[in-house]
Every structure is written in C-alpha cells, then in structure tokens.
Design a protein around this ligand. Structure first.
Ligand SMILES: *Cc1c(COP(=O)(O)O)cnc(C)c1O
Length: 388
C-alpha cells in the first residue's frame, strides 16, 4: 500500500526510462508521451544537452545561499531580460511560487509609490495560478478552495470573455489584472490578440498593472518564447515555471523596470530560488529554444499537427467538438467527458492529460518529430473509429 497521501488519483503505471518523446514502462511497454510532465520537459526526456549542463554543474557547485553571488542565476536572468520585455527577474522553484511573487511585486509597487490601498488583483473565474493558499483564491475555483478557508481577501473575478464584467470589476483599489495568456488547466482557452491589446489599454487607462501568467503557455510552447508576443502587447509582470527548467524544478517572475522599483533587499526571498543546478539547466533550455530555426519549427510542425487534428475532427464531428490552442499547447475538446477517451489513447500507447471543459490536452516536447506526430494522429484516429 502506498504511503503517499491520496491527493492524486494516479494511473497504475510507472516508468523506468525516457528518451525524447517516449517513455518506457516498468513492464516493458513504450509510450508516446504527449504530456511531458504537463508542458515541463520542453526538450523531451533525457535530452543529452541538458544532461551535460546538469552534470557539469553538479560537479562544481550544487547550492549557494542567495546571501552570495550566484553567477549561473546572473547569466540566466541576463538571458531572460535580453530575450523578453523584462528588466529584472526573481527566481523561485515552481509555478505557484512564481504567481505569488507576481502578486507580491504588483502590491509592493503600489506600496512603494505611496498607494498601499491599491492592492487588489483582478483574475478570471476558474483560472489556474497554482495551489498555495493565495493562488487558489486568485484562481477563483470553488473546487480548489473548498475546505481551505478562511477566504484570502484581495482577489476579484470576472468571467472569461465578459468584457463588460471586467470593466465593472475594476475599482480604485485594483492593482493589477492577472490572466493566463492561454488558460491551460481551464481547457486551453486562448485570449485573442485583440483582447490582450484591450487589456493593455484598460490597464494603461486605469494605471494598473498587467500580469500575464505564462507558467504553462510560455517558453516556446506557443511558437513564440511567450504566447503574448504575437499580440505585440507588453505586460508588466510575467510568472514562468514549467518549461523553463526542461524537467528540473525552477520558476521565476519577470518584471519591467517600473514594477521592480518596489523590490528592495529583504522584501522577498527563497532558499532554493536561483539554485545553480536549476539555473544551469534552464540556461541550456534557453540555448536550445533560441537556436536558429527552433521556434520557426515549433510554428511549422504545430501548424501541421493542428491541420491533421482538424481533419480527424471533420471525420468524427460527433466526437470531437473543437481543436483548441496555439502551437504545441493543444486541446481536443470532446462533446462528452474525456476520461474514457484518454484511457483508450493510453491503451494504444499515447499519453495525454485532461483539462476542464472535456478537453484532452496534447503537449508534445517542442522538439517533437513529424513521424511522432504522425504516430499520435494514427492512434487518435483509431480511438475515434472504435469510440462509441
Ligand atoms: C501549472 C501552473 C501553475 C502552477 O505551477 P506549479 O509548478 O504546479 O506550482 C500556475 N499557473 C499556471 C498557468 C499553470 O499552468
């Protein structure tokens, strides 16, 4: 019997080996892994370049307190700011810590300019920003907050797509709007570019900050380094995690110069945040993602994938309602509960994972090969054919 507490309903399968897009189970079966730790292994399993980065670093320095200089963290922060809107970075260890840090940066900014009462964060109802006490109340999802009272104050909500409701919910106490550029757990719901532009405009008009949670959709998954880049919108604060470590735990909050002005020694910290091993692996991930042609290829191959998935949708319009998403952040929305379908895919050696709204999430590594996509298409078509 497992000594792990029962907070997960785990599938009865474990793996001994991973390589690229594939996982090998204890009982010798080979699976095409289109979960990749939920958009975490951006370069697949056991990537040789990442292994080298980790083992090289592990032989030098494992951990140093943030009381000292950490050159690997300096380098990663420099790279992140050179490649994005950001001027400054704080390292964390996970996505929820990154979103919490984003909230703290926003509040601290208004505090530092003498407006401490401007401290409320406006979020989308049933979004996902992580599992800490503050993040569950930010997410505004009853299933996540149930039993964890008292309620954490400081968060207001509007419904996805409800522009009037959004405008009405902004008060003179609103410090920031925080949304996922593409809702991941919520069912791969994309905020269109014109809405991102609208959000930026409202934030400018009301003098509030725009936080775009790119923990799941960022780090190349959309075909751009950040999913918001396509819209040309510049956010103020962006939490990241998942894909940046390529499988090694690391999170970070990126911010522009203005919002960083509230961050002075002592206001925030983390024992493990900026760990040399984590930063070295993340630097290696950045090396690969910014290699010439890498993101162009993500765009190209994902276009092919979406096209093939839409072909299946057209063949089985009574099973698949919609193909959602951008780049390699893909959702297959079914008409019915998706549990059974996911199991059938797994029986056929394709691993996928659920999201809200009957969605099956498909998250290949960003360096996925065309023939692996073709294999997944074959399996999905087969399951559709046999599905009742
Ligand atoms: C996964 C996720 C988080 C939480 O990340 P953890 O590493 O699980 O804490 C936060 N925001 C979004 C959008 C996510 O997808």
């Amino acid at each position: 019997m497992s000594s792990l507490a029962k907070n997960y309903n785990r599938k009865k399968i474990a793996f001994t080996k991973g390589k690229g897009s594939f996982l090998y189970s204890i009982n010798g079966k080979k699976y095409l892994d289109f979960v990749q730790g939920i958009a975490v292994n951006s370069l697949g399993h056991a990537n040789p370049y990442l292994i080298k980065a980790l083992t090289n670093q592990a032989k030098k320095v494992w951990h140093v307190s943030n009381a000292f200089q950490i050159p690997e963290g300096e380098r990663l922060a420099k790279r992140l700011t050179q490649k994005t809107f950001a001027d400054y970075v704080i390292f964390q260890n996970s996505g929820t810590e990154a979103t919490e840090a984003a909230i703290k940066v926003a509040r601290r900014y208004f505090y530092s300019i003498g407006q401490p009462k401007k401290n409320r964060i406006l979020c989308v109802k049933n979004s996902f920003h992580g599992r800490t006490i503050a993040a569950i109340y930010a997410s505004g999802n009853k299933k996540m907050t149930e039993g964890f009272g008292p309620k954490v104050d400081g968060f207001d909500h509007f419904t996805f797509g409800d522009h009037k409701g959004l405008k009405k919910a902004i008060t003179n106490k609103t410090a920031a709007i925080m949304v996922e550029t593409i809702m991941g757990e919520g069912g791969i719901k994309v905020i269109p570019d014109w809405c991102l532009k609208g959000l930026r405009k409202i934030c400018n008009q009301k003098k509030i900050l725009l936080i775009l949670d790119e923990v799941q959709c960022g780090i190349g998954r959309s075909g751009n380094f950040f999913a918001f880049e396509k819209s040309k919108v510049k956010p103020d604060i962006v939490p990241i995690a998942k894909g940046i470590g390529g499988g090694f735990p690391i999170g970070a909050v990126l911010m522009n110069k203005k919002t960083a002005s509230g961050i002075v020694p002592g206001v925030h910290g983390s024992t493990f945040g900026g760990n040399p091993n984590a930063c070295s692996v993340a630097l290696a991930v950045m090396d690969q993602i910014f290699k010439k042609g890498f993101l162009t290829n993500v765009k190209k191959i994902s276009k092919y994938f979406h096209y093939e998935l839409n072909k299946i949708r057209n063949e089985y319009p009574h099973i698949i309602k919609e193909v959602r998403g951008v780049g390699l952040l893909i959702g297959l929305q079914l008409f019915k509960d998706q549990t059974n379908f996911i199991q059938k895919l797994m029986d056929n050696k394709l691993l996928t994972i659920r999201a809200a709204e009957n969605v099956i999430r498909i998250l290949p590594p960003l360096n996925v090969k065309k023939k692996e996509i073709d294999l997944s298409i074959k399996i999905i078509r087969k399951v559709c054919k046999e599905y009742k």
